[in-house]
Design a protein around this ligand. Sequence first.
Ligand SMILES: Cc1ncc(COP(=O)(O)O)c(C=O)c1O
Length: 377
Amino acid sequence: MKKELIKLVKKHGSPLFIIDHDEIRKNYRTFKRNLPRVQCYYAVKANSNQQIIETLFKEGSSFDVASYNEFMQVYEYIRHFEKKEKDFYIWDRIIFSNTIKDRDTLRKIKRYRPLVTFDSKDELKKIKDDCNTAGLVLRLKVPDTGSQVEMSSKFGAEPGAAANLIRQAFEWGLVVEGLSFHVGSQCTNFDNYSSALAITSQIFNDARKKGYQLKIIDIGGGFPVPYDNQVPKFEHLARIINSECKRLFPTDVELIAEPGRFMVATAAVLVSEIIGKARRDEKIFYHINDGVYHTFSGVVYDHWIPNFRAFKRGEKEVCAVVGPTCDSFDKISLSEQLPGNLEIGDYLFTESIGAYSTASSTKFNGFDGAKIFHLNK
Ligand SMILES: Cc1ncc(COP(=O)(O)O)c(C=O)c1O
């Protein structure tokens, strides 16, 4: 693999973000194989690169979008469908998972009869006013203990408020299609899923007893990526989800999920170049041409722990790896085990960097960010 990376970076320049579409297909198929009852809605936010969306569209994936623009990125592939087929696709294969949508967005998506999430009475009122064609999914607050990125401090209705919100929606002439949750991203504590499913099933079954025919359970994202060998196996989680869903929900329930990271994280590798070297307080600082304002933005927003490897061999020592901007905050890692003999012009590579990386990259200080190269497209 190293030889191939060097060849690509020599040809295309650095920093180079290489996306392997075979790996995306493999991840999608692994997900489907292990969770056969679950319809997979790729969370576009994890990496909104158009070619990734295209690959997953061709694989048969559905999509979770957070904004009108993300919606239009998917719409691109169904624009040419017959009206009936298009309406059905939007209804059945796309979910607006952002619980808060501005009025302008709601007005723009109204004509598509979308499936949208909500978690408060105020949002419900907005949907009633501006997008009453929508099907609704009520997002619940669930435990996210130990997840790399927590969600429950910003999203989700308290389970105790759910019955009233469902009743209110129907009283206003809206239709609640189901319930959703998100256990936090990179969830390695599988009890979060068990608790969330138990909370959700109680609300679901109570609603049905009251005559509200909910249909959908959306188990969100959070599916863990094997960044290191401490991460418990996805296959184990899938077995828990399969058996809990069987135990807790009626057989006619439609199960859906919104995996983001799981589809794309392992599908990209970044090759960066050392553009400066200095000893600061006895430690070697490698200054590279990518940083936390760019492809390593996940270190800040995603609480991601980066990994660096060198192509060259040499005696390893603890080094710092920092970004190219003028900001002293732009430090990617202060403790990487790297050879001390690397020089300006040498390359480093970082694996499993496909999720929440280029997606949140900026152009700070006038740096464009990594070039994107597609493998096995
Ligand atoms: C509503 C929603 N669904 C799905 C996802 C994707 O989560 P993950 O990447 O952990 O699978 C996110 C991530 O932020 C989200 O906010």
